[in-house]
Design a protein around this ligand. Structure first.
Ligand code: EPU
Length: 418
């Protein structure tokens, strides 16, 4: 297992290019299950989670070419298994995305229940209830969900809570269903819109993606397509906070600033300067930020995936801030580690009360989940002295070439084998 050693205190300066979005890449790759023709995808990042989904797709019989270079091609013309095993689903919940496509195209799927994860219980009841509404028979057996349906039928589905992968799963299932499906209270995240764009290129008829009402007219057959996934808005936001927390000057290129409006607004409220073009964001800090209150929400609200990074920033802000997590019930795992670096934070239920301290001090800390790890890297970059972060595999699940990118901005960061 690798660890990262960061010597903090240097303001980050320079330019960095953002990678393709993990959470758009995963469903795009899974969408290949909907056709026997080839799907070519550009800007798929090299990440732990991408390798996991390739492992799962290979297991099902999908051939994958170009996994180490651009573009990646996936072809599902020889599917001979219909099961996502526990070993894969437990390491990455997004594996449940295969449920809808397998069921829609082959009439059956068996997917391990994900169980708990570091950020909460994260059930898939909303995915299952919606598939049942489309005529699937769903049963539970030995920790697995078994779903069957000779042909899914279009239905009107109102989600009892917004779910990103639930919306994606159902949208994919509905493309091959008989008739029209309308998803109400659908997730509006840019990754959902990006998946709809790919599916429409494959011959699907989807309207309204990016709004709470998505309508999908089913068809009997989808075909091959080529698509470039959107830039990673969470990686972009993480570099924005890196500039702010170190009092640096960083320009993030090849991003989509309009996906980050809530983050940009909050950072401006802290006093840092944020300048945007159509495809780049420059963040200029002077080492001083004001405490601001944050409440996470589904898109276009402040993303839960940016909460941990902002908590790190608030830990050195002037004044206090109140950070409320409304999406996941247990997403403050980074706080205990930040306390070890000298932060002053109290968590009560799903709210963190942060009193800014003048400076953090480097310490050995442990990564607990993906975004928590990012917040520890940010804290380490700002801290006095050396921070050692262990269990870096969490970070490698979602940040491509993180230390190379930070080195390019002048950070002192090194990866060593534990
Ligand atoms: N929920 C249910 N039942 C369901 C589905 C969800 O109760 O059937 C609850 C969840 O427990 C949670 C809330 O609904 O409290 C929202 O969960 P959602 O389903 O939207 O999350 P997800 O689809 O599992 C995706 C991202 C996450 C991101 C969330 C929220 C992917 C692969 N994952 O997860 O990304 O935090 O949406 O925006 O797209 C990450 O990248 O670090 C990450 C965790």
């Amino acid at each position: 297992m690798d660890k990262l050693i960061i010597r903090g205190g240097a303001p980050l300066r320079g330019q960095v290019e953002v990678s393709g979005a993990k959470n758009a890449a995963l469903p795009a790759m899974v969408a290949s299950l909907l056709t026997e023709e080839s799907i070519r995808l550009h800007r798929i990042p090299q990440l732990g989670d991408v390798r996991t989904i390739i492992g799962l797709l290979n297991h099902l019989g999908v051939s994958v070419e170009g996994r180490d270079r651009e573009p990646i091609s996936l072809r599902a013309d020889r599917i001979d298994r219909f099961e996502a095993p526990y070993q894969l689903v437990k390491t990455m919940r997004a594996s449940v995305l295969v449920l809808g496509p397998l069921l829609a195209r082959f009439g059956r799927a068996r997917v391990s229940l994900p169980g708990g994860c570091a950020i909460g219980t994260r059930p898939i009841n909303l995915h299952l209830a919606a598939l049942e509404k489309m005529g699937a028979t769903v049963s539970l057996d030995a920790g697995y969900v078994e779903a069957k349906a000779p042909r899914l039928k279009g239905a009107r589905i109102t989600f009892d809570g917004q779910t990103v992968t639930g919306t994606e799963n159902l949208m994919m299932a509905a493309t091959l269903a008989d008739g029209v499906t309308v998803l109400e209270n659908a997730a509006c995240e840019p990754e959902v819109t990006d998946l709809a764009a790919l599916l429409n290129r494959m011959g699907a008829r989807i309207e309204g993606a990016g709004t709470p009402t998505i309508s999908i007219e089913g068809t009997s057959h989808l075909h091959g397509a080529e698509h470039e996934v959107i830039p990673d808005r969470v990686e972009t936001g993480t570099f924005m906070v890196a500039a702010a927390i170190t009092g640096g000057d960083v320009t993030i290129n090849r991003c989509l600033p309009y996906h980050l409006e809530a983050v940009t607004e909050k950072l401006r409220e802290t006093g840092v300067r944020v300048e945007e073009t159509d495809c780049s964001i420059r963040v200029v800090g002077d080492g001083h930020v004001r405490g601001v209150n944050i409440r996470t929400h589904p898109y276009p609200g402040f993303a839960t995936d940016m909460q941990a990074q902002m908590t790190a920033l608030m830990s050195i802000a002037q004044g206090s801030s109140v950070i409320t997590e409304t999406v996941f019930e247990n997403r403050f795992m980074h706080v205990n580690e930040l306390l070890r670096m000298g932060a002053d934070i109290k968590v009560v239920g799903t709210t963190a009360f942060v009193h800014g301290v003048p400076t953090l001090s480097g310490a050995p800390v442990m990564a607990t989940d993906l975004r928590a790890s990012a917040s520890l890297v940010l804290a380490g970059l700002a801290a006095q002295g050396i921070t050692t972060i262990s269990r870096v595999y969490h970070l490698d699940r979602g940040y491509e070439s993180i230390e190379q990118k930070l080195l390019g901005l002048g950070a002192s960061i090194e990866r060593v084998a534990e």
